[in-house]
Design a binder for this molecule. Sequence first.
Ligand code: ADP
Ligand code: MG
Length: 336
Amino acid sequence: IALPAVRFASVVRHFGAVRAVDGVDLSIAPGEFFAMLGPSGSGKTTCLRLIAGFEQPDAGHIEIFGETVEGLPPYRRAVNTVFQDYALFPHLSVGDNVAYGLRVRGIGRADRDRMAREALAMVKLSGMETRRPAQLSGGQRQRVALARALVVRPKVLLLDEPLGALDLKLREEMQSELKGLQRALGLTFVFVTHDQSEALSMADRVAVFNEGRIVQVGPPEEVYERPATRFVARFVGSANVLEAREAQALGGPARPSSLRPEKIALLAPGAPVPEGAALVEARVTDVSYQGPVRRVSVLTGEGLALTAAIPATAAGAMVGATVRLAVPRDAVRSME
Ligand code: ADP
Ligand code: MG
């Protein structure tokens, strides 16, 4: 079994009374695309800074490829960081920005230029060597920051909300490019984001952070399909959160449970209830059109409020109408 690329054992980092990282255990496999997902202030950046060596743990233990990194300065670690704000040097050309880390490491001019050219080709910026950062678009600056981090050939690349400043279209393009680059290079990526769809679509595994702790870690499908807590159910996608009594009434376990809106089907009048599903009759309180789906909020006679996401092409439910909904029993998933 290969050594983990990054391992945390009970890592703690406090700032005064703020428990930024409050006992984190994790193990990231070599070549893995690992996403750290969580709301602002949940400790993601502090975890990256602990890996990079810009912060020291107050307690616990960190290893990179089996090597204890206590006391190792950032430049001695086999990692490099792409910062949220890119942190390019405005007075240096693109080529010199990319070659900077090589110069610091004492690599000669000819090799520097060649390696910088190769790194720029990797991020599709060939021929941009002599430009200044100010002469580039936001997306191009982001690529320069990526080339600058890759040029020193780190084994682990740390990316702190690298796409946060880009508009949606460019962001989606960069998501698939980054993913392609990671696959092609076989590098370990630790990718921080507060955007759940970004984490789900890019990562091999997602760690969900809340208040300095990892509340769930697993492949995207598992985190989405089986949220471990209310927090995860609500932060990753949207969910109906059910009390034990409500879950049981829908044929689920007598435990607090989650139910994803798209699992609920709208039954045509007179249509039979599918096998393994509970029938819910309810009054529509709100309908919101969202392109591919309509979100339909309903209230049952027992006072249970649910939201269903139904295909927008399905015959519309109208506010005030009574509808029949089918809730598959196995879509009611228990959680803590
Ligand atoms: P995230 O990246 O998930 O938004 P951070 O790791 O940046 O979260 O921050 C976690 C918590 O630690 C926040 O409450 C933040 O204000 C606090 N924090 C982070 N760095 C420092 C610091 N250098 N000094 C004091 N508090 C800090
Ligand atoms: Mg952050």
